[in-house]
Design a binder for this molecule. Structure first.
Ligand code: KE4
Length: 428
């Protein structure tokens, strides 16, 4: 039986590369075609054939209050009645900037952009402008958007589809990017020694979640801070995913680290296209028109996106969403670990707050190399079985899962039953 999603996918592939506007949506390597979503509300998605799913992707992070939260929808509707884009400063941009600086003390000044990629790309240019240096240190498996300079040993879709070093990126660009294993401070020190006085910045996902999810070792982030300070390089935290999700002040609040620049995205747009980057005023003031580093955007600070983002962030604070997400995450982890124990499966489950990942390996996972030990065929079997049970997890082993404040305990219980049946198919 040809489903409407299949018909839509056939049409999409004729006019959109790979049939998708972002590679990870293509379900490649999963022996399943992507479904097309027509409606989403709360923790649920409904596809074009009316199938319902409990959603643990949350549009890759933005849907922290669940889909179409009333406060966000009403804020967008209300803002739209006053115009959808001005191309001039607007009051909501000022409110957003003040809120971000209040919640993230390391950010003294901030500029809005339209995606996480723009945020990290702008951080790189600003770091190079501020230090007068060209080289960048990143970590294998970390993904910072599709910036030429950062598509080196990249994670997420680049890793899923075997293009961690994308075609089309000139070797000269990649040569300025030094990639080292995450959690390996010796490799970082060696990179600084071998590139003395020429490293502009380290950019890092403080909690990498684009090769599955793994956590920084004790003092690793503090050591990055110290090594950057010693070397005169900037420390850039890419908190596009962790920002405002793992804590009100992001991962930097949890780990007590003060980066020089922070890239933000996802949650701050309430689902609309928003990114942001910010940091110390002395660095940010190098940005045009105040300074010589050029950066711009037609839709930056768009009033609808600002209204959606402000509504989402204020609601998150009003309901203390971070406490709710920790409680939900704890329950979800307990159910998953109980199932793994009952079935005698040694798989590795890792979580921080409402972000999680189940690796199909019994080994500890703390960097890209250990993440790649995961059995991707087993993951694909598990993914399909969960989908058939009405539970939608991220369509790649090299992604993270997300809970929202809209997930109810009964949905967590129903998910646990589906996960149990799916994992049971893997018991040999
Ligand atoms: P965007 O340009 O996709 O808005 O953000 C890029 C980005 C930057 N930094 C981090 C830490 C990110 O996780 C991302 C994007 N995340 C992926 C999911 N792993 C987006 C999903 C997709 O590519 O469709």
């Amino acid at each position: 039986m040809t489903t409407r999603s299949s018909e839509l996918f056939a049409r999409a592939q004729r006019r959109i590369p790979g049939g998708v506007n972002s590679p990870v949506r293509a379900f490649r390597g999963l022996d399943r075609e992507p479904f097309f979503v027509e409606r989403a509300a709360g923790a649920k998605l409904w596809d074009a054939d009316g199938n319902e799913y409990i959603d643990y992707v949350g549009t890759w992070g933005p849907a922290i209050l669940g889909h179409a939260p009333r406060v966000v929808v009403e804020a967008i509707q209300d803002a739209a009645t006053r115009g959808v884009s001005f191309g001039t400063p607007n009051p909501l941009e000022v409110e957003m900037a003040e809120l971000i600086c209040r919640w993230v003390p390391s950010i003294e000044k901030v500029r809005m952009v339209n995606s996480g990629t723009e945020a990290t790309m702008s951080c790189l240019r600003l770091a190079r402008g501020f230090t007068g240096r060209d080289k960048i240190i990143k970590f294998e498996g970390c993904y910072h958007g599709h910036v030429d300079a950062l598509l080196v040993h990249a994670g997420s879709g680049a890793l899923t589809h075997g293009q961690p070093d994308s075609a089309g990126v000139p070797a000269d660009f990649a040569r300025l990017t030094i990639s080292v294993p995450f959690n390996d401070i010796e490799a970082v020190c060696a990179a600084f020694r071998e590139n003395r006085d020429s490293v502009a910045a380290i950019i890092v996902e403080p909690v990498p979640a684009n090769a599955g999810l793994y956590l920084p070792r004790e003092n690793f982030l503090q050591s990055l801070r110290e090594e950057c300070t010693k070397a005169g390089a900037l420390l850039i935290f890419d908190e596009v995913m962790t920002g405002f999700r793992v804590a009100r002040g992001g991962a930097q609040e949890i780990y007590g680290i003060t980066p020089d620049l922070t890239a933000l995205g996802k949650v701050i747009g309430g689902g609309l296209p928003v990114g942001a980057f910010g940091g110390r005023a002395e660095i940010m003031d190098l940005l045009s028109p105040a300074g010589p580093v050029y950066q711009a955007g037609t839709l930056s600070g768009n009033p609808l996106a600002m209204a959606a983002g402000l509504a989402q962030l204020r609601e998150l604070e009003r309901i203390d969403g971070w406490r709710m997400l920790e409680e939900l995450g704890t329950a979800f982890e307990a159910a998953t670990r109980s199932t793994l124990r009952k079935l005698g499966l040694p798989f590795t489950f890792q979580r921080i707050g409402s972000m999680f990942c189940l690796f199909f390996t019994g080994e500890p996972v703390f960097d890209l190399a250990t993440a790649k030990r995961s059995d991707r065929a087993a993951f694909a079997t598990y993914f399909r079985a969960c989908l058939d049970g009405g539970v939608y997890f991220a369509p790649s082993q090299f992604e993270a899962g997300f809970l929202s404040t809209a997930h109810q305990p009964q949905e967590i219980e129903r998910t646990a039953a589906v996960v149990h049946r799916a994992l049971k198919t893997l018991v040999r």
